[in-house]
Write a protein that binds this ligand. Structure first.
Ligand code: SF4
Length: 445
């Protein structure tokens, strides 16, 4: 052992174990650090202080939020005790709230910001609530990176360029209602997928479906009687095959390694619009073999998926929160289909040598439990899919844990980092990521 090296490694070890200072917010929404208190992260039954080694600098583009009607749960570093604070200990009478991070795409959260509900707590809006703290003049976030691609990096989407792209497409296809819908998505909602279409890059969205046959707890486009606001309005019309093909071809013809995707946040499930999608795919493929035609779907209707794959759909990404039926049903609340149909869709696509990914809606404290990890591994053994897109579940975490606990016992969480390592080690050919890959990057055996 070289003595100097030992000193350096001990120093590094100490630095990694350093605790993050807690962040809280006041009623005006001002976020500040609370000296003498360390930030805590929670994952189901696990509760632990955040350290430098378990966190990284808050990814660019992430947003900090404060959680109304909730109290921050912190570690008092002088007493070593956990405390639930209602007011600022240094400013008596000043009410304080927990702070969480909504992290940029490509980062998987490993801990939820620790808090306790009050008697008046309403369900949280549809975001994920990652744990966050402060260390040496910077915010740090409890995340791991699974996809470094800058596809949705807002720094690369100047508004002036998006507007120029919108103007260009208005001239190119003035009467196309789908193009007009995407104008609104890009300019009003600031949808990154919509912006990329007008910027002529990566993946273009092709929303089509007004309806869905699931009732997901965290559906972004429709909430009924839940007390939660959906964040995007559903498309109100069904575009014609010609309108879909015109938008898709405009993107494919000008973008290298392009992807065009059915199944967006502003629609229901695209399998319910298969009657327009199938002829649209045939029109696209009659003009070009270029570009990847992808569908993001709940995979509920294998008989409707089959002809789409045969018409030229290159890849599917199936949304799933759990492969255990009770947990799947409790979140997706399927109407007239079952998890077995979703699995049949996966089998059909694999048999046709199509690229298959799952959109794995993960939440620390549930997804990283033993029960879930074993079920996921069993599923991957049976269905050799090509990719897991790890997506932080945008839903109130305490309410999600409660819903899942009510239908299945899952065991103790092992930590999302360990889950990722375990699954990655067991299935070395399986790709981890966040974005739909172009077919040039497929590895299908
Ligand atoms: S499958 Fe998609 S569109 Fe349908 S309810 Fe779930 S999130 Fe909403």
């Amino acid at each position: 052992m070289v003595p100097g090296r030992q000193v350096v490694s001990e120093k590094n070890d100490k630095a990694k174990k350093a605790l993050l200072t807690a962040l809280v917010a006041n009623g005006a929404g001002e976020i500040f650090e609370l000296d003498g208190y360390a930030a805590l992260g929670m994952a189901g039954s696990l509760l632990a202080p955040l350290t430098v080694g378990q966190t990284r600098n808050l990814p660019h583009g992430s947003e900090l939020m404060y959680l109304p009607d909730r109290n921050p749960l912190l570690l008092n570093t002088k007493t070593g005790k956990l405390e639930t604070l209602q007011e600022n200990p240094y400013e008596p009478g000043e009410v304080i709230f927990p702070v969480a991070a909504f992290n940029s795409p490509g980062y998987v959260i490993t801990r939820i910001s620790a808090y306790r509900e009050t008697q008046t707590s309403q369900p949280l809006p549809l975001f994920s609530y990652g744990a966050v703290g402060w260390h040496k003049k910077g915010f740090r976030s409890a995340v791991v990176l699974v996809d470094p691609e800058t596809r949705q990096d807002l720094r690369r989407m100047p508004r002036a360029d998006v507007i120029a792209g919108v103007d260009r497409m208005r001239l190119q296809m003035p009467n196309n209602r789908l193009r007009a819908h995407l104008d609104h998505c890009a300019l009003t909602y600031g949808c990154p997928a919509g912006k990329n279409f007008f910027l002529g890059r990566y993946e273009a969205p092709l929303p089509t479906s007004k309806q869905c046959n699931a009732r997901c707890l965290g559906c972004l486009s429709l909430q009924q009687h839940s007390g939660i606001h959906h964040s995007q309005d559903r498309i109100t019309f069904t575009p014609s095959p010609e309108e879909i093909a015109e938008v898709a071809l405009a993107h494919i013809k000008r973008v290298d390694k392009s992807v065009v995707s059915f199944g967006q946040g502003c629609e229901g499930d695209p399998l319910l619009a298969a009657h327009v999608i199938e002829p649209a795919i045939r029109q696209i493929r009659s003009q070009t073999g270029r570009g990847t035609i992808n569908m993001n779907t709940n995979g509920s209707l294998p008989d409707r998926l089959r002809p789409l794959l045969d018409a030229g759909l290159d890849s599917i990404r199936i949304s799933i929160n759990s492969v255990r039926e009770a947990c799947y049903d409790a979140y997706f609340r399927p109407q007239g289909y079952a998890l077995a149909d979703v699995l049949a869709s996966i089998e059909i696509a694999l048999a046709r040598k199509k690229h298959v990914a799952i959109n794995y809606l993960n939440c620390p404290g549930f997804s990283d439990t033993e029960g879930e990890a074993d079920a996921l591994a069993g599923f991957l053994q049976q269905f050799p899919i090509h990719m897991i897109q790890w997506r932080n579940l945008n839903f109130d975490p305490l309410r999600y844990w409660k819903q899942m606990d009510a239908v299945a016992s899952s065991g103790e969480p092992m930590g999302m980092e360990i889950l990722l390592q375990q699954i990655g080690g067991q299935f070395p050919g399986l790709k981890f990521g966040y974005f739909n890959p172009p077919k040039e990057n497929f590895k299908i055996i």
